[in-house]
Design a protein around this ligand. Structure first.
Ligand code: GLV
Ligand code: MN
Ligand code: MN
Length: 389
């Protein structure tokens, strides 16, 4: 857990609370520097790949490697554990294996994936999507952050040549990937450790409603073309679309333009995060409700898909093997996205969970008890030892 203490002061968000650490920003850079130093202290050889993912190798990189790790970026105003716990536990597990004199029979690496939350450039799991070819590099290069900086520009400033973003042959050397993560719900209940069975399909859609900017005091109701009305419809339609289902629909980001108290907005952008066995029916329902509200208000709606990932079922053989080793830890589904979910399309992958007593995540109150984190690290060390024999 000392790693978590080291990271506690980096990227604190004094306005929102919690942490804001986004791809290639200053806070994430400090997190990465910490990872570089710690990995070196642990005797690992660190290398940054063409997509900004960092790999710390125990032994020479080679075929059939066992890889563990997670991410160091956060959502805006996020918790301390989502991502960093998987990285610090991985380094602690390596230290524990070294301390007992274990010599891996297969190459072992700890990885830090770039921009997992998509908090800056909008596409989640960007580093693992690029690595596996799940996003077109040209599209990725042109993604922009809220200040209009492209991923290509941010990557170049971080010392990564944007021309080389894209699928990486390093993937051919990975035999399996195991990520440890704080649970982001309360399904584990009184059990400290679990393993994921599946992840919901997940996508993000950007809605833009264009109306007519005007004066808040002088514009009669009949003359208004206020894009905030269709936006309000969207929030209600999202909730209605998931009522009584196991799907999820969230509008957590809404940006009116120009954003003045005494100004009828000329346009508004908002983002729908939808998840389910299939997330698309929810999006269709919301789009249709917002389209009707936009017509009624004399506004124009455009909708753009920013990311989509099908539902994930983790490799059953790897999960069985880990459950056998860890005294039958429970297998549970999750609605949260992970780099492990992206890698699962290409290689055997497993996702270990550490209990979250309140279930709160993506918020400053996210928590895991030290004893549960220690149990997670021990479980990860046992799994790595077994897989690397
Ligand atoms: C990432 O944690 C997500 O599920 O959005
Ligand atoms: Mn997250
Ligand atoms: Mn995460």
């Amino acid at each position: 857990m000392s790693g978590m203490a080291d990271l506690a002061g980096i990227g604190r968000d004094t306005r929102r609370g919690g942490y804001s650490r986004h791809g290639f920003d200053r806070a994430e850079h400090e997190m990465r520097s910490w990872f570089f130093e710690q990995s070196t202290l642990h005797g690992l050889d660190v290398y940054t790949d063409r997509n900004g993912n960092m790999w710390a190798w125990w032994g020479r990189p080679g075929p059939d490697a066992v890889v563990t790790g997670s991410h160091l970026d956060s959502v805006p105003g996020g918790g301390a554990f989502d991502g960093p716990l998987g990285v610090t536990s991985a380094l602690d597990a390596v230290a524990a294996l070294r301390a007992k004199g274990f010599q891996p029979g297969r190459p072992l690496a700890v990885v830090v994936f770039a921009e997992e939350e998509g908090g800056r450039f909008g596409v989640p799991c960007l580093g693992s999507r690029l690595l596996t070819g799940a996003i077109d590099p040209d599209r990725a290069r042109n993604l922009t952050d809220p200040d209009g900086i492209t991923l290509a520009e941010a990557a170049r400033a971080a010392g990564i040549d944007p021309a080389h973003l894209g699928p990486d042959p390093i993937l051919d050397n990975i035999g399996c990937f195991v990520e440890l993560h704080v649970e982001q719900g309360r399904t584990l209940g009184d059990r400290p450790i679990g393993i994921a069975s599946s992840i919901l399909a997940h996508g993000r859609w950007r809605f833009t409603v264009t109306g007519e900017g005007n004066h808040a005091g002088t514009t009669e109701v009949a003359d208004r073309h206020d894009p905030m009305l269709p936006a309000a419809t969207a929030v209600l339609a999202a909730r209605q679309a998931i009522a009584g289902t196991s799907s999820r629909a969230t509008i957590g980001r809404l940006v009116p333009n120009p954003g003045g108290t005494n100004v009828i907005a000329s346009s508004v952008d908002f983002w729908l995060d939808a998840r389910g066995d299939d997330a698309r029916p929810v999006v269709e329902a919301v789009t249709s409700a917002v389209g009707a509200a936009a017509d009624a208000e004399g506004c124009v709606l455009t909708v753009r898909e920013e990311s989509y990932g099908d539902a994930v079922r983790f490799d059953a053989a790897l999960r069985d093997r880990i459950q056998g080793l860890l005294a039958g830890v429970p297998a549970i589904p999750t609605g949260a996205g992970h780099d492990a979910g992206i890698l699962a399309a290409r290689i055997p992958t497993a996702l270990l969970f550490v209990r979250n007593p309140t279930g709160i995540s993506h918020a400053p109150a996210e928590h895991a008890e030290p004893a549960d984190c220690a149990a997670g690290t021990q479980a990860l060390a046992d799994v790595l030892e077994e897989l690397c024999r």
